[in-house]
Design a protein around this ligand. Structure first.
Ligand code: ADP
Length: 578
């Protein structure tokens, strides 16, 4: 029921059009009743009574009626399409907005394919319901009622005889819809699997080629493709069994009409014209009965799809702004106080304490999986810590308005994503209004200006999907420029120069030191050369800070940091004094 309420609310602005269209459906239904009636008159008055004079009028009535119905039908179909497209437009807009609102936790747990299914197949089921199923249900119900009223008025006995057999079609149709439903669900599920294989294959085409796994991919695809074919064949087999039976019942109706009607005409209970009227109304009894199964099926499909969409819409992000949150942009003092965090039950960060002041650079180092990216993701509230507090300018991050908080933090993430648009558009993503000079400046700072201007189209070069066409180091530098162009007081650079050559990295670092002198900067890096100038280096291991200090302090400790240093450079005396 709540699914219908939802569609009803989406239809708010279009209800008048919807009801006008339903009115037209009703009018067409009434007009549908005229031609069979006129046919009966032609038999009784023209053929039997010989009133040839009225034939032309009766034929003109039938032709005019047919044209008028066609015009009205065109208008109401257009109106329903207009309403349904707008309903789906609104639903799609709401779903997309909800996706923007949801947090990392949601995306960690939800497959892209599922979200895409909500946006496409499920919303299509909603559209089909509003554009077709709703009015069809109304139309067939009205047709059935009207035709029964007319037939009962003409002859009760004959109508009762017909009614004894017509429900068989209806019962068969409902039965068919219930047995075919699981088969249709299987088709939809198999279609999702087929789609996922194709989607993954296209996204991962480089891995496929690098590992020469084309044959394996073809095998995976063929398996799902065959599954899809078999599901369709299974469904077809079911309705192939029922359709001939339903046609036979419909055929039987004609026989009964001729047989029973013939007897009633001979016994002079009805006229020949009335028999013609009855047989002309046959479709009006049969059609609704045949359609009811499909319409029930479509309504069920709509209800399932709408429920899934509504479930997505009702999801509340765990991370959101509080009432009366601070909208002022922070200056940038970042403090972690006794912070604990885990994605599930397993702790990922434990007892993290440190403070970073504006103008300082804090570097986080440690083995892969030690929690470095997780630690910095707590500053932007991509996740909330489970215990302890993350503070900015002495206030809990949870007290800041999320938009203001994130606008004041520039992040260059480890997992780089570039949009398939121009390089300029990508760099200016977080600050779309900045002049092009600022974009060039940021690219210069990130060591990207040189290679960008070497492209024939320069900053207007369109980057392929996810940055295809650029090297790893080039992508990193564009991502860095994107972070720098934002006027933020906190800068987070997660493994941003790992694919850049040492010489370029050195240049970028010099630029960054100048740029970040009044900002709070966090750097995650594996190369000692990237972190040795930091004011504070935190060494993480299994989610705990095991060493902290400056480069020289940590070397003097001769602990983990020192070991990493020796592993990378070997020659302590030469590099240590650099
Ligand atoms: P690092 O940046 O030091 O390589 P991460 O912070 O990425 O480490 O990961 C720390 C731990 O948390 C790892 O064990 C990793 O598997 C786990 N982890 C990271 N991201 C997620 C996530 N989104 N969901 C569940 N576990 C995660």
């Amino acid at each position: 029921m709540k699914e219908f309420k939802w569609v009803w609310s989406l239809m708010r602005k279009y209800r008048l059009i919807f009801f006008t269209a339903l009115g037209l459906v009703f009018a067409v239904n009434l007009l549908n009743m005229i031609n069979p009636y006129v046919q009966g008159m032609i038999v009784d008055r023209v053929i039997v009574d010989g009133q040839i004079g009225i034939l032309l009028t009766l034929v003109l009535i039938m032709v005019g009626n047919t044209i008028l119905r066609a015009v009205l039908r065109y208008i109401y179909l257009y109106m329903f399409e207009h309403v349904s497209q707008n309903v789906v437009f609104n639903a799609r807009r709401d779903v997309f907005r909800k996706i923007q609102e949801l947090d990392f936790d949601f995306f960690d747990r939800t497959k892209t394919g599922d979200i895409m299914a909500r946006m496409t197949g499920d919303l299509e089921a909603v559209r089909h319901f509003t554009a077709y199923v709703m009015y069809s249900l109304f139309m067939h119900t009205v047709t059935l009622i009207l035709v029964l009223v007319i037939l009962f008025t003409i002859n009760t006995t004959f109508t009762l005889i017909l009614l004894a057999i017509t429900p068989i079609t209806g019962i068969l149709a409902v039965k068919l819809s219930s047995v075919v439903k699981p088969a249709f669900s299987a088709i939809r599920e198999q279609f999702s699997k087929l789609n996922s294989v194709v989607q993954e294959n296209i996204s991962g085409n480089r891995v496929v080629k690098a590992f020469a796994q084309e044959e394996y991919e073809i095998y995976k695809f063929s398996r799902e493709n065959a599954g899809f074919r078999d599901c369709n064949i299974r469904a077809a087999k079911i309705w192939e069994k029922y359709l001939p039976v339903m046609d036979a019942v419909a055929g039987l109706l004609s026989v009964i009409i001729i047989l029973a009607g013939g007897i009633l005409v001979i016994t002079e209970n009805i006229t020949l014209g009335e028999l013609v009227t009855f047989s002309s109304f046959l479709w009006a009894l049969n059609n609704p009965m045949r359609m009811i199964g499909w319409l029930i099926n479509d309504t069920q499909r709509f209800a399932t799809s709408a429920e899934k969409v509504m479930m997505l819409l009702s999801r509340e992000p765990k991370i959101k702004s509080r009432e009366g949150a601070i909208t002022r942009k922070p200056e940038g003092r970042v403090e972690f106080r006794n912070v604990y965090f885990g994605y599930g039950k397993k702790p990922v960060l434990e007892d993290i304490n440190f403070c970073a002041y504006p103008g300082q650079t804090v570097a986080v180092v440690g083995p892969t999986g030690s929690g470095k990216s997780t630690l910095i993701s707590l500053i932007s509230r991509f996740y909330d810590c489970s215990r302890g507090t993350v503070l900015i300018d002495g206030k809990n991050v949870k007290d800041y308005d999320l938009k203001a908080l994130r606008e004041s933090i520039a992040v260059a993430m480890q997992d780089i994503f570039l949009f398939s648009e121009t390089i300029e558009g990508n760099i200016a993503y977080g600050a779309p209004d900045v002049p092009v000079e600022k974009v060039c400046w940021a690219a210069e700072m990130a060591g990207a200006h040189g290679f960008i201007t070497e492209f024939p189209e320069g900053y207007d070069t369109i980057i392929g999907e996810r940055g295809v066409g650029l090297s790893g180091g080039q992508k990193q530098r564009i991502a860095l420029a994107r972070a720098l162009v934002k006027q933020s007081s906190i800068i987070i650079l997660d493994d941003t120069t790992s694919s850049v050559d040492i010489e370029t990295e050195h240049r970028i670092q010099q630029n960054l030191r100048e740029f970040c002198k009044d900002k709070t900067t966090f750097i995650i890096a594996h190369r000692i050369s990237s972190v040795k100038h930091a004011d504070l280096i935190l060494v993480l291991e299994e989610g705990r800070i095991v060493e902290r200090g400056t480069h020289s302090e940590l070397l003097a400790l001769k602990g983990r940091y020192y070991n990493t240093f020796v592993n990378q450079y070997g020659d302590f005396d030469k590099m240590g004094s650099d």
